[in-house]
Design a protein around this ligand. Structure first.
Ligand code: NOJ
Ligand code: CA
Length: 550
């Protein structure tokens, strides 16, 4: 049973992200669903996670994998019903697992009742004022109001046929909401209460840095937008200071529950701007994607940890660690690809999205490094957000045929981005076709033959499997996370070493040669040990002093 009196459970939680349509299919239609998740609660329990965060399960045409929401207070009938949510919450809580719901406030889908209403209503109407409509340029408004590019490529303004255009920073099926409109604000407060009243424990906030926008009568050009700094709250679209007024209101809703509902911001902002999202007056926690963007290198990893622990302290929160999620190439694959020759920041999202198809993947090395990075991550103070399938050591699926792909990033950016479907392929539970135990039908994205060798059933009883490593690590972590402090220890080049106050020590060798393993009782190793040697690209957990745990 979850402890209802624990208001700080999230500070060092291990949160498991589920991509609902690709987790488990209970009714043989090829699409994962809520009863499927429910049926796998014993698995989630055996993994030892504290909470699950399913990506959106709302009604959606899936123009963007469910991040195009038709109705924020309902469930996609293909995935289940509100009763299924209630049953899921009850069963998860009985198993001691909390539930985090994904809120998508920057945009609705174009099938949302509000947007249907906006299209049916004239310019200047209250219905259009819930979104961001502008008159087009040219004699009859036939030209877009600005030349902006959407995040998935292609134009960010779409005409509606009467001389007006609407803003969609993502796909054209995702019209941006007007957060200056009180009705929009109130409706999201209602949504947060709706899920909180049902017993949901927390929220993950999509594009949290995008809601507040300042759009004057004359819009800037894309070149102007690109040239405007994003580090001072003054950019017209991103990370404006006013966004925090919205989250202050949300905070009062969260704090009206016991324990207070939690939230984590997905905010791709400059580091020094993160603490405001994570503050106790705001959302309370924010994603830190720095580890995910760092090369597998000692200096890079150590710097990321130092910086983010300092930022978390500044915000009065704990930090978050992410190596994989539904938007990026799986970390086992990233680490098996040649390192980019330019800083990853320069490649931004695109580098992460395009990495999956390289013919030069060293799959074994990628997995070895991924296991090492995971043990490093799980030893750090703060919350760890794990993505379904990483516990199996899954690689990205690079070779999905174009006609089976679903991600708008693939379609809107032909030849540039391969898209994110490769990390969203339904999980292999067993070795059996048609869908490796995902369900009784073929899965909605094709699963490769090599999934059989990575199936849960194959790894379940193998003590050397990646699944066994995750289970053991999460079990130890649960008992060893007794404080949020960390002390760095001296180490050789290519090696990073730190200790928690209870003597739990972590040492990671990023280099290609083994180094001597320091004294201490070995608790866990990411690759097999021989003698007192720390192998290349390996992390070991040690216990110094008397064993804190058995
Ligand atoms: C971030 C989500 O993680 C991603 O999957 C989605 O495409 C965009 N936000 C737009 O909602
Ligand atoms: Ca189904």
């Amino acid at each position: 049973m979850t402890d209802e009196t624990d208001a700080t459970w999230w500070r060092q939680a291990a949160v498991y992200q589920i991509y609902p349509r690709s987790f488990a299919d209970a009714n043989a239609d090829g699409i994962g669903d809520l009863p499927g998740i429910r049926s796998r609660i014993p698995y989630l329990r055996s993994l030892g996670i504290d909470a699950v965060w399913p990506s959106p399960f709302y009604p959606s045409a899936l123009a963007d994998g469910g991040y195009d929401v038709d109705d924020y207070r309902d469930v996609d009938p293909r995935l289940g019903t509100l009763d299924d949510v209630d049953a899921l919450i009850a069963d998860l809580h009985a198993a001691g697992i909390r539930l985090i719901v994904d809120i998508v406030p920057n945009h609705t889908s174009n099938r949302h009742a509000w947007f249907v209403d906006a299209l049916a209503s004239p310019r200047g109407s209250a219905a259009r004022n819930r979104y961001i409509f502008r008159d087009g340029l040219g004699a009859n408004g036939e030209l877009p109001p600005a030349d902006w590019t959407s995040a998935f490529g292609g134009p960010a303004w779409e005409p509606v046929g009467d001389g007006q255009w609407y803003l969609h920073y993502f796909a054209k099926e995702q019209p941006d909401l007007n957060w200056d409109n009180r009705e929009v604000r109130d409706d999201f407060l209602t949504t947060l209460r709706f899920w909180s009243d049902r017993g949901v424990d927390g929220f993950r906030i999509d594009v949290a840095h995008g809601l507040a926008k300042k759009l004057d009568k004359t819009l800037p050009s894309q070149a102007d937008l690109d040239a405007t700094p994003k580090n001072n709250g003054g950019h017209p679209l991103w990370d404006r200071d006013e966004v925090h007024e919205i989250y202050a209101e949300w905070r009062s809703v969260f704090n009206s529950y016991s324990p207070p509902r939690t939230a984590v911001a997905e905010a791709w902002v400059e580091s020094h701007r993160v603490p405001r999202y994570a503050s106790p007056e705001g959302l309370g926690q924010a994603f830190n994607f720095d580890l995910l963007r760092a090369n597998f290198e000692a200096d890079a990893f150590r710097r990321v940890v130092e910086d983010n622990l300092a930022l978390a302290a500044e915000s009065g929160s704990s930090t978050t660690w992410v190596l994989s999620n539904h938007d990026v190439v799986r970390h086992a694959t990233r680490y098996g690809l040649p390192e980019p020759t330019e800083p990853i920041e320069k490649h931004g999202h695109a580098w992460l999205l395009t990495g999956g198809v390289s013919p030069v993947l060293d799959a074994e090395r990628g997995l070895r490094r991924a296991r090492a990075a995971t043990l490093f991550e799980l030893a750090l103070p703060g919350s760890a957000y794990l993505y379904q399938g990483e516990e199996l050591g899954l690689h990205e699926v690079p070779d999905i045929p174009a006609e089976r792909r679903q991600d708008p990033a693939f379609f809107r950016n032909p030849g540039v981005e391969i898209g994110r479907d490769g990390c969203r392929v339904p999980l292999p539970w067993t070795t059996d076709r048609p869908s490796f135990g995902f369900g009784a039908a073929h899965a909605h994205l094709p699963q490769p033959d090599w999934f059989a060798s990575m199936a849960v059933s194959v790894q379940d009883d193998n003590p050397d499997s990646t699944l066994a490593l995750y289970r053991r690590a999460l079990e130890l972590r649960r008992r060893l996370q007794t404080s949020e402090d960390l002390e760095w220890l001296d180490s050789a080049p290519d090696v990073v070493r730190f200790r928690r106050p209870n003597g739990w020590e972590t040492i990671i060798n990023f280099g290609g040669e083994p180094v001597e393993l320091p004294a201490g009782t070995v608790l866990l190793s990411s690759s097999p040990l021989t003698g007192r040697q720390l192998p290349a690209e390996t992390t070991v957990w040690l216990q110094q002093g008397p064993p804190a745990i058995s």
